[in-house]
Design a protein around this ligand. Structure first.
Ligand SMILES: O=P(O)(O)OC[C@H]1O[C@](O)(CO)[C@@H](O)[C@@H]1O
Length: 321
């Protein structure tokens, strides 16, 4: 990969995955297993990019008190740690994984952060500009303005970096309001996040595609909408495709979207065509389901998964729906 790769995690998390036979709300559940993994969207993306062989630096905020688990991951994968340390610990998010793979996420708000902390993150990105690819992912901790991620993205875009933004809710709305010269290069909402952001239902394929195409007018070059078991659509200025998922396994779905973001970033770094990018992104996402924690399978397995991903022009997918 020739590009300079960076990820930003403003609100990382230790993921506590609790294995259960079945979750019945209101009843006592006996856990069969428990594991802790360093997580949060920007951490997962960095970890997957490093697994693929990318040279990646991570920025953002991290609680000093429980940083060891993250530092161990970064050291093991050769990820350059440029995260700003905060006194409060990083949150723990709970993932209730039932037999059969259904996962219920309980995501905590996280440490509180200030405008000064955000400025320190922006400083750590000051030398990142033209030629760089930067993934900014995940929620923002309490204390930051809704447009915190959008401001980071806008600054980077104006310096010539290509930003892949994977945020939702108010931070996504703020990013979509950026002037076109500060717009992210790519975004990856899921259907629900896009509906929430545009305040309208997108249950019909034609509406979904029209909404994604409409976002290109805001200066975004690539809009990826993930559709769970229905795959994902990839809408660019010159081409648009649908990728179907291949053989789903029963692992936790936690981090599958982050793996998809890593696949998109790696494909952009390698200059792949949109077809190949869609296959790569889908293969990373499906491959991640096979592993617990923020880890991808071997590159040979990912390549073979990618070659099996059915990709077709969006018009064909639309005609069928
Ligand atoms: O930042 P959010 O939206 O709370 O999501 C964080 C959660 O998402 C994940 O990154 C998976 O996408 C988990 O590792 C983490 O617990």
């Amino acid at each position: 990969m020739s590009a300079d790769l960076h990820t930003v995690a403003l609100n990382p998390a230790v993921d506590l995955t609790v294995g259960l036979s079945q979750l019945v709300p209101g009843e006592v559940a006996r856990a069969r297993s428990a594991r802790h993994d360093p997580g949060g969207k920007g951490v997962n993306v960095a970890s997957c990019l490093a697994d693929w062989g990318g040279r990646v630096a991570i920025h953002g905020l991290l609680g000093a008190e429980n940083a060891a688990r993250f530092e161990k991951l970064f050291a093991a994968k050769g990820i350059a740690d440029r995260m700003v340390r905060l006194a409060e610990p990083t949150r723990t998010n709970i993932k209730l994984l039932e037999e059969g793979g259904r996962t219920t996420d309980v995501n905590l708000p996280g440490f509180s952060a200030s405008a000064r902390d955000l400025a320190a993150v922006a400083d750590s990105l000051a030398d990142v500009g033209k030629g760089a690819l930067v993934a900014i992912s995940g929620s923002q901790p309490p204390g930051l303005d809704d447009d915190a991620s959008a401001r980071l993205a806008g600054g980077l875009a104006r310096r010539g970096a290509r930003v892949m933004l994977d945020v939702s809710g108010a931070p996504l709305r703020a990013a979509l309001a950026l002037p076109t010269d500060a717009a992210p290069f790519a975004i990856k909402p899921n259907r629900h996040e896009l509906e929430d952001c545009l305040c309208r239902p997108l249950a019909v394929r034609a509406d979904l595609v029209a909404a994604a195409q409409g976002l290109l007018d805001r200066g975004i070059a690539l809009v990826v909408v993930s559709l769970g078991t229905e795959g994902a659509i990839f809408v660019g200025r010159e081409a648009a495709v649908h990728a179907a998922p291949v053989a789903l396994s029963h692992g936790s779905t936690v981090g599958a979207g982050d793996a998809m973001v890593a696949g998109i970033v790696s494909a952009l770094a390698e200059g792949l065509t949109l077809d190949r990018l869609a296959q790569r992104a889908t293969a990373f996402s499906v491959g991640k389901l096979r592993n617990a924690g923020p880890h991808l399978p071997e590159n040979t397995e990912l390549r073979s998964l990618a070659s099996a991903v059915p990709v077709r022009p969006l018009a064909a997918w639309l005609a069928e729906g």
